[in-house]
Every structure is written in structure tokens, then in C-alpha cells.
Ligand binder design. Structure first.
Ligand SMILES: NC(=O)c1ccc[n+]([C@@H]2O[C@H](COP(=O)([O-])OP(=O)(O)OC[C@H]3O[C@@H](n4cnc5c(N)ncnc54)[C@H](O)[C@@H]3O)[C@@H](O)[C@H]2O)c1
Length: 89
């Protein structure tokens, strides 16, 4: 079973993805590429999704099976744009 890394194309996320792959784990990544880079990771299962899009995120949860989920989404820029955290999450 896989490990889901949300924000996996970012700085911390991409290093986590590589670390997990070195440990022979199968990794699934969700990232909206707001600040991350698709080319920084080498994964077969990549979903370009904004985690605020609940329906799209829910579809990923339905069609994938994972044991753990790490989340490294960094909402600094979103904070500036959207204000309160409660409006984001
Ligand atoms: N970089 C550091 O030195 C450091 C140190 C300590 C803690 N952290 C923490 O680690 C986390 C990640 O930091 P980082 O430096 O890797 O940031 P980053 O910006 O490089 O990575 C964040 C990733 O999340 C993605 N993302 C942002 N909003 C999203 C959304 N709404 N939906 C989907 N994806 C979204 C971005 O595209 C990006 O790939 C943050 O919480 C940060 O506070 C970072």
C-alpha cells in the first residue's frame, strides 16, 4: 500500500518523497504546484489538485489506497490572499 504526500512537490515534500522512495515505498503526490515543481519529483501517481477543492481531493481518496498521509502544504501565500486559516481549511 502507498504513502500519500500532500504538498509533495515542494521543498520539504520532495525530499520526503525521495526518502520514502529510497525506502522502497510507493508514493502518491497531491500538489497544486502553487510553489512546488513537478520536475522535482519522480512519481507515477501525481495529482495536480488544490486541497481546498474538496470534491477533487475526495476523488483521490476514493481511488487510492494509502497507509499514511504526510502533509507539507504551505499556505503562506494563501494566507495573504485569503486571510483567515478557517477559510482555507
Ligand atoms: N523549508 C523549511 O526550511 C521548513 C522548515 C521547517 C518547517 N517547514 C514547514 O514545512 C512545510 C512545507 O514547507 P516548504 O518549505 O516545503 O514549502 P514549499 O512552498 O516548498 O512547499 C509547499 C508545497 O505545498 C503546495 N501547496 C500549497 N498550497 C497548496 C494547496 N492549497 N493545495 C495543494 N498543494 C498546495 C505547494 O505547491 C508546494 O509544493 C511548511 O508547513 C513549513 O512551515 C519548512
Amino acid at each position: 500500500m502507498s504513502i500519500l504526500v500532500v504538498g509533495g512537490a515542494g521543498y520539504i515534500g520532495s525530499h520526503t518523497v525521495k526518502y520514502l522512495q529510497e525506502k522502497k515505498e510507493h508514493v502518491i503526490v497531491v500538489d497544486n504546484l502553487q510553489s512546488g515543481h513537478r520536475e522535482s519529483i519522480n512519481v507515477d501517481h501525481f495529482y495536480k489538485i488544490d486541497i481546498r477543492e474538496k470534491k477533487e481531493l475526495s476523488n483521490v481518496f476514493k481511488k487510492t489506497q494509502y497507509r499514511y498521509c504526510y502533509s507539507f502544504c504551505y499556505l503562506f501565500f494563501s494566507w495573504r490572499k485569503y486571510g483567515k486559516t478557517s477559510e482555507i481549511l
